[in-house]
Design a protein around this ligand. Structure first.
Ligand code: TMP
Length: 211
């Protein structure tokens, strides 16, 4: 039986720029970057909400349809259940490494700190959906609200329900990620995403080393 693969998640406030670095992170995970482990490793890149047909359909509703925060949290965990069972768990068991653009930390930050869904409920749902499965490393792209806003405005695309939230919401989300990182420093690493592209890449190399 192959050794279980590693599970890497990528998080952060909207507009921090994580999507532009996902392929680079996957390359590092696969051993193609400087200072990383064995080359030729199989890597899957996926995202949440999403990653399966059902979860991608739920993503559309979650990002577009107004709903209560609790409904949002439950739909996110419905999507996550499908994603974990069909994609993440089997890939890790087969020895592949999995890079997911967001996972349960996003629910703690957005629906918990951002929208007031009780943290203990989110943790109980996480326990029901993926007991025994936690990311081996989580990279949190961190940057101040004003920089993130500028990047979103510069992207030229229309903003989803979350991206349209007010400053105070985004600041609660940002602070929640920083608090999660303080609570679990071995797993969760903050990457300063306010700097230039090359600086962010260097930080990613550093924070992924030793996995
Ligand atoms: P993305 O823009 O990184 O693809 O994520 C889509 C949005 O979904 C983003 O604004 C954050 C939000 N989201 C939550 O609110 N809770 C979650 O659990 C996840 C996975 C995403």
């Amino acid at each position: 039986m192959p050794a279980r693969g590693k599970f890497i998640t990528v998080e952060g406030v909207d507009g921090a720029g994580k999507s532009s670095h996902l392929q680079f992170i996957a390359d590092l995970a696969g051993g193609k970057g400087a200072g990383t482990a064995a080359p030729g490793r199989h890597v899957i890149v996926t995202r949440e909400p999403g990653g399966t047909d059902l979860a991608e359909r739920l993503r559309k509703s979650i990002l577009e349809e107004p709903m209560a925060p609790l409904a949002e949290a439950l739909l996110l965990f419905a999507a996550r259940t499908d994603h974990v069972q069909k994609v993440i768990a089997p890939a890790l068991a087969a020895g592949s490494w999995v890079v997911s653009d967001r996972f349960t930390d996003a629910t703690l930050a957005y629906q918990g700190a951002g929208k007031g869904v009780p943290e203990d409920l989110i943790r109980r749902l996480a326990q029901a959906v993926h007991a025994g499965l936690a990311p081996d490393r989580t990279l949190v792209f961190d940057c101040p609200y004003d920089i993130a806003r500028e990047r979103l405005a510069g992207s030229g695309r229309s903003l989803d329900r979350f991206e349209r939230e007010e400053r105070a919401f985004h600041e609660r989300v940002r602070n929640a990620y920083l608090a999660l990182a303080r609570a679990e420093p071995a797993r969760i690493r903050i990457v300063d995403a306010s700097g230039d592209f090359a600086g962010v890449r260097k930080a990613l190399e550093r924070e992924l080393s030793g996995l």
